[in-house]
Design a protein around this ligand. Structure first.
Ligand code: PXP
Length: 245
């Protein structure tokens, strides 16, 4: 197994731009710098309320990201329509609520019903890799495989938020078990949410994944030290702590 690829979520570059509804900073420029520094995936979440990433960003990123573009999205017919027209390499389906500050919880694949099945089918028909953002819950993982998902992104938020050693160990055990089951069912295993320069070490020592999707922590550091340095420092940690057996 190779070293996990770093996917940099650049939503919060757009958050700063949208604070003034101006043209800067441009997430398209941020994507180029992140790629130069070692990011192998660029992620953006086109939210239904367009609070940060805009349609124009997705269109330009499709033309300029030469590694892999991962579009995070709700399974709404409008956003699925944009995805099938734009054709990012990967679509990661997430639950979306208007009032949340960031994605809360994983997708409930068991209760997704026909709308979720149709969304997955429409994306797959266009050759887009479909990943489902879910809790490391065995029933959700099996339902994802039944739906034909190519990949799952295991929600690392509860691990990131765990405060006691016991809670950290419990969340890591759930992630390890979930990753094993997803892989056994033939799906690619990605992970993300709440990961930082501090908690990445414990995760990597415990679990093997294909892609790590990290946003807030990298963009926060980038504001102070620059995008390339922030991405390079995360790449160095991934390389240092990955369990490659
Ligand atoms: N993965 C998914 C599915 C997400 O929704 C988010 C947040 O946009 C991330 C990863 C990145 O999370 P964070 O910003 O906490 O690194």
């Amino acid at each position: 197994m190779s070293i996990p690829k770093l996917g940099v979520n650049i939503d919060h570059v757009a958050t700063i731009r949208q604070a003034r509804r101006t043209f800067e900073p441009d997430p398209v420029a941020a994507a180029a710098l992140a790629t130069l520094a070692g990011a192998e995936v660029i992620t953006v979440h086109l939210r239904e309320d367009r609070r940060h990433i805009q349609d124009r960003d997705v269109a330009l990123l499709k033309q300029t990201v030469f590694s892999k573009l991962n579009l995070e999205m709700a399974c709404s017919s409008e956003i699925v329509g944009i995805a099938v027209r734009t054709r990012p390499e990967q679509a990661t389906l997430v639950p979306e609520k208007r009032q949340e500050v960031t994605t809360e919880g994983g997708l409930d694949v068991l209760k997704g019903g026909r709308p979720l099945a149709q969304g997955v089918r429409r994306l797959k028909e266009k050759g887009i890799i479909v990943s489902l953002f879910i809790a490391p819950d065995l029933a959700q993982i099996r339902a994802s495989a039944d739906l034909g998902a190519d990949a799952v992104e295991l929600h690392t938020g509860p691990y990131a938020n765990a405060r006691s050693g016991r809670a950290v160990a419990r969340e890591l055990a759930r992630l390890v078990k979930g990753a094993e089951e997803a892989r056994r069912l033939g799906m690619t295993v990605n992970a993300g949410h709440g990961l930082t320069y501090v908690n990445i070490r414990g995760l990597l020592l415990a679990i093997r994944v294909e892609e790590l999707h990290i946003g807030h922590s990298i963009i926060s550091r980038a504001v102070l030290v620059g995008m390339e340095r922030a991405v390079r420092e995360m790449c160095e940690l991934i390389e240092k702590f990955s369990c490659t057996q």
